[in-house]
Design a binder for this molecule. Sequence first.
Ligand code: C2G
Length: 128
Amino acid sequence: MRVITFGTFDVFHVGHVRILERARALGDWLVVGVSSDALNVAKKGRPPVYSQDERIKIISSLKFVDEVFIEESLELKADYIRQYRAQILVMGDDWAGKFDHLGSICKVVYLPRTPSISTTALIEKIRL
Ligand code: C2G
């Protein structure tokens, strides 16, 4: 089964590792859409700490990731799912319910987030 997931994966941390590991375990091929710098500027008003090239390099180096591409728009999920022939879409449960409409083209699974860690919390901690 081919699994797809999406994310920014900025300031890479163990919560990111755990969702990717669990996503891969649902099938035997994991494709990861890494959000572009431009998408982050448009949606969050600032670029990520790590550039998209750095984020792509990190995600590509993981043993449980098979394929990586740049996610250029949040609205193109159905196209990416078809293009990469994914049978399962995995998202963290911070997105619960948001992608249920894609259930017509693939199985949609929301996995629990790892508690007590986030890019935002890490940035705050480093700043102190
Ligand atoms: N995550 C997690 N546990 C954490 C932090 C993050 O399981 N403590 C998961 C998120 O639920 C998400 C993935 O790690 O599935 C990547 O998180 P983000 O980089 O915050 O991704 P996000 O900005 O939510 O994705 O189409 C989605 C976009 O690409 C944006």
